[in-house]
Write a protein that binds this ligand. Structure first.
Ligand SMILES: Cc1ncc(COP(=O)(O)O)c(C=O)c1O
Length: 384
């Protein structure tokens, strides 16, 4: 039988590593050290307290919790619009907010609303793999801009100008996964202006906003009315498995996105939307989570350097370190296999994030419990 267009889509390797780590954890003998999970970007902190209470109340209320409107519960959309005002001073309306099935669900909606098969969409490498893999699955062409330390792993206007043809789209991520690098607000503003002047639809992934360690964060919504802003409750709000994200949409994409969402998803999960709305009331708890990541960041940076992995850029945000492991292993896939087999540490090979240069890099996530990060550092320091 024929296999469809999905056959060309590469794996999201981090999920393969997570499966291997689960399999190994299931086979651990009593007394063996546990697997330290540094492969996925999954906050070790749980559902925020107010969200838990709201979920319990909703379950007890006897409400049917049926479908919501395709773009989400009106109260949640209004609360997100208020968040845009509170955090960035951006005045927007609930009508421009689309609640989605995580940021992941937002990407397919945003890409289909903004582009069509054959369109070129530029993005920096290293990148979050589903950008490239989802565009590819949809018949769109990722235009990869190799970025390094000199530009903070972020794309520049010069790189876009140097392309033989203007792309139809640009994806930005600040803070970025896997490097944690951020664009300065003025750089983001300049890229927004460039996109507007050149008819390039900007998709700005802001999922790691709130998880920054000193540098100022800005939203593309501050600088462009035609950009699509993508965000999620997975990271700062510590709600990965609840699968709720959101977009701030330009006026011209609201109805097309709504039609796509109606057909592709009907609606995001109702109970999770209730949890998400309540999570906004947990600022102190979420800031305490952020402080834990900041402490883990310090422990891991010092520990990696002491263990002989000194080649990485200090992350400005998110909860990852993207380290160059040249000289430690033939390639990063072999290196990660070896880390799991010999030290019970799960980490993600860079090939997931950069097909050309990723063989030299490993991404370590530091959002697990602080004690686990300390343990990981001790294990990495042990001689092989
Ligand atoms: C940069 C980036 N964007 C989007 C996502 C997807 O998040 P969600 O859980 O909201 O689908 C992730 C998840 O790790 C991510 O790192």
């Amino acid at each position: 039988m024929k296999i469809g267009a999905g056959r060309v889509v590469p794996p999201f390797r981090v999920m393969d590593v997570a499966r291997a780590a689960n399999e190994r954890a299931a086979k651990l003998k009593p007394g063996e050290p546990k697997i330290l999970r540094m492969e996925v970007g999954q906050p070790g902190t749980g559902l925020p307290h107010e969200a838990k209470l709201a979920v319990q109340a909703a379950l007890q209320s006897g409400d049917a919790l049926g479908y919501t409107e395709a773009l989400g519960r009106p109260t949640l959309r209004a609360r997100i619009a208020r968040h845009m005002e509170d955090w960035y001073g951006v005045e927007t309306t609930a009508a421009r907010i689309a609640v989605s099935f995580g940021a992941s669900g937002a990407f397919s909606l945003a890409f289909l609303a903004s582009f069509e098969a054959g369109d070129r969409v530029a993005l920096a490498a290293p990148y979050y793999p589903p950008y490239v893999n989802t565009l590819t699955a949809l018949g769109m062409h990722p235009v990869v801009l190799p970025c390094g330390l000199e530009t903070g792993f972020q794309p520049t206007i010069e790189m876009l100008d140097a392309l033989p043809e203007k792309p139809q789209g640009l994806i930005l991520a600040s803070p970025a996964n896997p490097t944690g690098s951020m664009l300065a607000p003025a750089e983001l503003q300049a890229l927004c202006r460039y996109c507007d002047e050149n008819g390039i639809r900007l998709i700005s992934d802001e999922i790691y906003h709130g998880l920054t360690y000193g540098k100022p964060q800005a939203s593309a919504a501050q600088f462009s009315a035609s950009a699509v802003v993508v965000n999620s409750f997975s990271k700062y709000f510590s709600m990965t498995g609840w699968r709720v994200g959101w977009m701030v949409l330009p006026e011209d994409l609201v109805r097309v996105t709504e039609r796509l969402a109606q057909n592709m998803f009907i609606c995001p999960p109702h109970i999770a939307q209730i949890a998400a709305e309540a999570a906004f009331a947990c600022r102190d708890e979420l800031e305490a989570n952020r402080a834990t990541y900041q402490a883990a960041r310090g422990v891991l940076m010092a520990g990696l350097a002491a263990a002989g992995f000194a080649r990485f850029a200090p992350p400005d945000g998110a909860f990852y370190i993207y380290a160059d492991v040249t000289g430690r292993a033939a390639d990063s896939v072999a290196f990660c296999d070896q880390l799991l087999a010999t030290r019970n540490i799960a980490a993600t090979p860079g090939l997931d994030f950069d097909a050309e240069r990723g063989g030299r890099f490993v991404r370590f996530s530091y959002c697990a419990a602080l004690a686990d990060i300390e343990d990981a550092v001790a294990r990495l320091k042990q001689p092989s």
